[in-house]
Design a protein around this ligand. Structure first.
Ligand code: NAP
Ligand code: ZN
Ligand code: ZN
Length: 352
């Protein structure tokens, strides 16, 4: 298949900085949309991938799955988009479209393997991995392209494509509504979107944080109260309270103190940490209170469009700090220190 070359920012090794590289994008197939990337959000998963935290990175790696841009070209059979449209691409760019998960609009659980926007085996360019949004252009099948509501700020909407959908999907699956009591663990990119979205659904929303200095921000984001997770008295004060807990912490941590704060039949949903837990889990509080621990992965395409439309209606976007691509390595260091309010978004003009 013929290809075109575009500029991107990527890394060649787990311990190397990201720098400018040249990557290939496929020529349009009939169902493809070509997008000029305007903005790309910076997710903690970008950092996990660049640094091979999950032991599955193929180099060179080009992260970025919170993409907003303009359509510059469409294939002959594209029906949903035309040149000039403002569109978005999230974490998914392919799936089999035929298995029961795909048919249920849950492409992220595709039984034949979904293709991530980066670091997935590219179905079109054999032997190559997919390259993400830290680049000038991307070519994506129209099924995986989303419409962006006209009223939203284009840079600030980018994080909805991952931080937003990853928290929206469990909020919807566990039926969060007016009167639900929701707690979010960790105020970062995902955490701050979880607060806004749960509030938007009418829930009472609480934050568990290690960082007392984030208290004021959390209130401004709509949180009803903040619990400092290292303070035993504050943890005891919310024992048995929550219907749903969305846990966004990226690294191994003890879940037992959070289970204690679930109401009977409540669920703690892990969206952050991926891997074996070191601290031993006491099942007694789960059995005695029909409490559950679950996980959740991003969200399907239809659900992502539902979320974008909801954000359009409620005027919800991310709180962002805009950076140039040349500052991405410094941004990763700051993200590791939780020093970002609350999502970095790259102005992709800086790559041209
Ligand atoms: P982030 O912006 O870095 O936020 C993570 C927050 O967790 C921090 O702000 C901090 O909040 C808390 N935290 C960080 N390190 C911690 C530690 N060692 N112990 C306890 N708390 C800690 O990250 P993000 O972009 O929101 O991503 C969060 C995680 O979700 C990442 O692991 C990412 O890979 C994952 N993710 C998963 C999916 C999915 O589909 N499941 C999708 C996207 C991202 P406080 O200072 O308030 O405590
Ligand atoms: Zn992400
Ligand atoms: Zn499938």
């Amino acid at each position: 298949m013929s290809t075109t070359q575009v500029k991107a920012y990527g890394t060649q090794a787990a311990d190397a900085d990201l720098k400018e590289i040249i990557i290939k994008r496929r020529e349009l197939t009939p169902k493809d949309v070509e997008i000029d990337i305007l903005y790309c959000g910076v997710c903690h998963s970008d950092l996990h991938t660049a640094r091979n935290d999950w032991q599955n990175t193929v180099y060179p790696a080009v992260p970025g799955h919170e993409i907003v841009g303009k359509v510059t070209n469409v294939g002959d059979s594209v029906t949903k988009y035309k040149v000039g449209d403002t569109v978005a691409v999230g974490c998914l760019v392919d799936s089999c479209r035929a298995c029961s998960s795909c048919k249920d609009d849950l492409e992220q659980y595709c039984e034949n393997g979904w293709t991530g926007t980066y670091n997935g085996p590219d179905k079109h360019l054999e032997g190559q991995q997919t390259y993400g949004g830290y680049s000038q252009k991307v070519v994506v099948d129209e099924h995986f392209v989303l419409k962006v509501p006209e009223n939203l700020d284009l840079a600030a909407v980018a994080p909805v494509l991952c931080a937003g959908i990853t928290t929206w999907s469990p909020l919807r699956h566990w039926n969060v509504k007016e009167g639900s009591k929701v707690a979010v663990v960790g105020l970062g990119g995902l955490g701050h979107m979880a607060i806004k979205l749960a509030k938007g659904l009418g829930a009472e929303v609480f934050l568990f944080s290690r960082s007392p200095e984030k208290k004021q921000d959390a209130k401004e984001l709509g949180c009803d109260a903040v619990i400092i997770s290292t303070d035993e008295n504050q943890m005891e004060a919310v024992a048995g309270k929550f219907d749903v807990i969305i846990d966004t912490v990226p690294y191994e941590h003890d879940l037992n103190p959070y289970i204690a704060t679930l109401h009977h039949s409540g669920t703690l949903v892990l969206v952050g940490f991926l891997g074996p837990l070191e601290s031993i889990l006491n099942t007694a509080p789960m059995v005695m209170g029909r409490k559950a621990i679950s996980g959740s992965l991003i969200g399907g395409i239809a659900e992502t469009q539902e979320l974008l439309d909801f954000c359009g209606e409620k005027n919800i976007v991310s709180d962002i700090e805009m950076i140039d691509i040349q500052n991405i390595n410094e941004a990763y260091e700051r993200m590791l220190k939780s020093d970002v309010k609350y999502r970095f978004v790259i102005d992709m003009k800086s790559l041209n």
